[in-house]
Design a protein around this ligand. Structure first.
Ligand code: SF4
Length: 192
């Protein structure tokens, strides 16, 4: 990861909170190299999103190997099904039990996808004014609304055969030029 960042002299790296220690290691390598051989690498800064951590649908760390992700390519039905199966507040057994949004993965998703409704949802949850089924239904609507333009764009890309391959080839070509220039600088700095 450090090599992939440093070879392109990235100033900023979009990361989630759990990646921060890896980025700090990269920054340390840059500092150490610059100290020993002169200034070659910028110290890359973390570019954190407003939402630094989104749990998986089961409340654990989101990971494909846990099978607890909602894919960007998921259909509206797949999104609905994934959200229906999401883990909620375990202490909320009956519909009349007050909820604890701070431990609920559905609420964590609402923070991202339902910002305008968030205060209402939070209040209704803690007052038992809303059931988890309805809360999940609202979340599925919000997530699908968010994903719809992405699905449209995906369909448009699929209608243009070769487009993805061309974009990847072009990116690889430009990246190679940058990487070669950096390696040349490194060799010069290290006199090798
Ligand atoms: S009402 Fe919503 S936020 Fe509250 S526990 Fe149920 S799913 Fe979670």
């Amino acid at each position: 990861m450090a090599a992939d960042i440093l070879v392109y002299k990235a100033d900023a790296v979009p990361v989630g909170e759990d990646q921060l220690p890896h980025l700090e290691l990269t920054r340390e390598i840059a500092r150490r190299f610059n100290f020993l051989y002169g200034p070659v690498f910028p110290e890359p800064q973390a570019k954190l999103n407003e939402v630094v951590l989104l749990p998986g649908t089961d409340g654990r760390k989101m990971s494909k190997s846990y099978n607890n992700v909602i894919e960007m390519s998921a259909s509206a039905d797949e999104v609905r099904r994934a959200i229906e199966n999401m883990v909620t507040d375990p202490a909320r057994v009956r519909r009349t039990d007050p909820g604890h949004p701070e431990v609920c993965s559905v609420h964590a998703f609402h923070k991202v996808f339902s910002r305008t409704m968030l205060d209402d949802i939070t209040r209704e949850c803690v007052n038992a004014g809303i059931g988890c089924v309805e809360c999940k239904r609202r979340l599925a609507l919000a997530v699908n609304e968010f994903l719809e333009p992405i699905r449209e764009r995906r369909k448009a890309v699929e209608r243009e055969p070769g487009l993805v391959e061309d974009v990847l080839a072009d990116g690889a070509k430009r990246a190679r030029v940058l990487a070669e220039a950096t390696l040349e600088e490194v060799r010069k700095a290290m006199r090798i």
